[in-house]
Write a protein that binds this ligand. Sequence first.
Ligand code: SF4
Length: 368
Amino acid sequence: MKLTFPRLTTVWVPLQTLFLKNGVELILPPAPSKRTLSLGTKYAPEWICLPYKILLGNSIEGMEMGADTVLSVSGPGLCRLGCYSSLQEAALRDLGYQFEMRCFNWQEKQIVGLVEFLRDIFPGKPLLDLIGDIKFGIQQLMLLDDLERRTLKLRAREAERGAVSRFWRTVPERVGAAYSPAQLKQVRRELAAELEAIPLDPRRVPLRVGMLGEFFMVVDPFTNMDLAIELGHMGVEIERSAWISDWARVWLFLEAVGLSHGNKVKKAASPYLKRDVSGDAIQTLGETVLHSHEGFDGVVHLQPFTCMPEIIAQNMLPQVSREHDIPVLCLVLDEQMGRAGLVTRLEAFVDLMLRRRQKRGLAVAAGV
Ligand code: SF4
């Protein structure tokens, strides 16, 4: 078996460790690039949303490198996510690739489904070892998310521009090179010490901004055109609404035992949206309300062009913004969006938030 999967966000790190540790020949495609997006756009239906195009483009790159098995994930069928996997398979077959598709449906049986799925890929592997591998993968994800969370705060305070990003670029490979809990502990110590040692400018008073919207757009830096880095360099500290390790905790474990979650967010969103319209619409509205209560300077809302749940949320956001007095910047992204246009809009938004702070007599960021 020569297995490939799209190299998205940081989730490829635990997957790589898992498959290499268990002797699977892995074909890891390159990190998503302009080529990935143009391949995906060329072979995807015109109406599909941006995440699918990147996922398909990266799967094609994996097939070009010689993969014969594709790992895929399918989710709830309320929005287009429900047809991602079957569309991806059909597109790759139309291109003439011979392969086997292994698809994990994360909403069907949660953690039990994941164990069954992996048992099918690694037949004969003892159950306890398999559970140990899953636990280790989640620990890797938690470490990655913990470090990234800290970079989102520190980037706005770094004394030398780019120092935090230089550090972060080394992190996924180093976490992926840890194959045991002892090695992971050692890497954690080293990375924490390096992050601590990055010089900060004590004069900075960063703006605080929530980064929210469609899950994939929020977590994947290629898809959102390094929004966190761009804002960080403009002196903005970011609170991201979505994290892969939180997703794993909720969807693999809490949902599996019927525990409710996200009640605070649902309650905050309820005056504007009472029922789940799939995707992340409720989170977008609820988090915007909560951020206003927490004194945030603004929120950036990310949505892929034609994403139905986020269009619903976007229509409510002007009212939320007015009633809760919080500036909202809505960014609708697709393959036509250029970095220069994005940066111009971010600069204008930062300017607006700074003026708003000044008007209220609050401290503003120094050295931006
Ligand atoms: S939430 Fe939006 S972008 Fe994500 S899969 Fe559904 S329709 Fe597409």
